[in-house]
Design a binder for this molecule. Structure first.
Ligand SMILES: [Zn+2]
Length: 249
C-alpha cells in the first residue's frame, strides 16, 4: 500500500457516503477485554483516544474494566507555522484538553501515562515507544491503538509498534481507523474489512463523546494566523460521531 493514495487533504469522503457500515458485525466490549484484563489505549496525539475509541472506553469502564491511556506525544505539531498555536502552547494545552475530555466523557479516573515523544516523529522514535511498551505491558493486556494503515505517519507508527509488541508479548491488539474514514470509501480493498467490528453506542454515550470532543478547542477552530481550516472540521466530526465505532480485531 503506498501512502500517496491515502491523502488527508480536502474534506474527504462525506459521512453520508459511508453507507453499509451497519452491516459490520457488532461486538460487546466485555468480550474484547475480559474480566481482570486491562485495556491499554495507545494514542498518538491527545484527542485520538476520544476520536477513535471514546465510546469503547466508556463501555469498558461501564463493564468494570481497567483502562489505561498511554499518551505518546503531546500533540505539539498540529499547527505548523502558527503564531496562534505555537508548539509550546500546544504542548501545554493539548494534554490539558485531553484531561478535560476524559472528565467530560465520564472517564476522569482513567490513569494516564504520558511519554512525551515528538509529534510527527513517532516513526523515528519507534524504538523508544517499543521499549516502553515492552516494559509496561502484561501478556493479558489488550492494546487499542490507531490502525497501521491509517494514512497518518504517527498513527501508522503506533499501529506498527503495537502490532510488534502484541506479537512478542502475547497481548491482544485492536486497531482503530481515524483518518482512514477521510481517504477511504465503502468497500475500499485497502481496508481489512473482514477484521472490522462495530462497537454500538447509546445516545447518552454518543452525547458524552461529543462533549469530550468539544474539549479539544485547539483542534476545532480555524487558525487566523495561518488561514488554515480547523484540524477537525465538521466533515471529520460527522464521521467520528457515528452511533458506533469500528475496531479492527
Ligand atoms: Zn492523531
Amino acid at each position: 500500500m503506498s501512502e500517496d493514495d491515502r491523502r488527508i487533504e480536502g474534506t474527504g469522503t462525506p459521512e453520508a457516503d459511508w453507507t453499509g457500515l451497519e452491516s459490520l458485525p457488532a461486538v460487546a466490549p466485555r468480550e474484547l477485554v475480559g474480566e481482570g484484563q486491562r485495556a491499554v489505549i495507545v494514542a498518538p496525539h491527545p484527542d485520538d483516544e476520544i476520536l477513535a475509541c471514546g465510546g469503547l472506553m466508556l463501555r469498558l469502564l461501564e463493564a468494570q474494566r481497567e483502562v489505561v491511556l498511554v499518551a505518546v506525544t503531546d500533540g505539539a505539531g498540529s499547527h505548523p507555522g502558527s503564531s496562534l498555536w505555537p508548539p509550546e502552547r500546544l504542548a501545554r494545552e493539548r494534554p490539558r484538553e485531553s484531561r478535560e475530555a476524559l472528565q467530560r466523557l465520564g472517564a476522569g479516573a482513567v490513569s494516564v501515562q504520558r511519554l512525551g515523544l515528538s509529534d510527527t516523529r513517532v516513526a523515528a522514535q519507534a524504538g523508544r515507544l517499543r521499549a516502553w511498551l515492552d516494559r509496561f505491558l502484561r501478556s493479558d493486556d489488550v492494546v487499542v491503538t490507531t490502525w497501521r494503515g491509517d494514512g497518518h505517519p504517527d498513527h501508522e507508527a503506533c499501529g506498527r509498534v503495537c502490532a510488534q509488541v502484541a506479537q512478542s508479548t502475547g497481548c491482544g491488539l485492536l486497531e482503530t481507523p481515524v483518518w482512514a474514514w477521510h481517504w477511504s470509501w465503502p468497500g475500499d480493498t485497502r481496508v481489512p474489512w473482514r477484521r472490522a467490528r462495530r462497537i454500538v453506542l447509546t445516545p447518552d454515550q454518543l452525547d458524552a463523546k461529543r462533549a469530550a470532543i468539544a474539549a479539544h478547542v485547539s483542534q476545532l477552530g480555524a487558525d487566523v494566523s495561518t488561514g488554515r481550516d480547523p484540524v477537525l472540521p465538521a466533515t471529520a466530526l460527522a464521521r467520528l460521531l457515528r452511533p458506533f465505532e469500528v475496531v479492527l480485531q
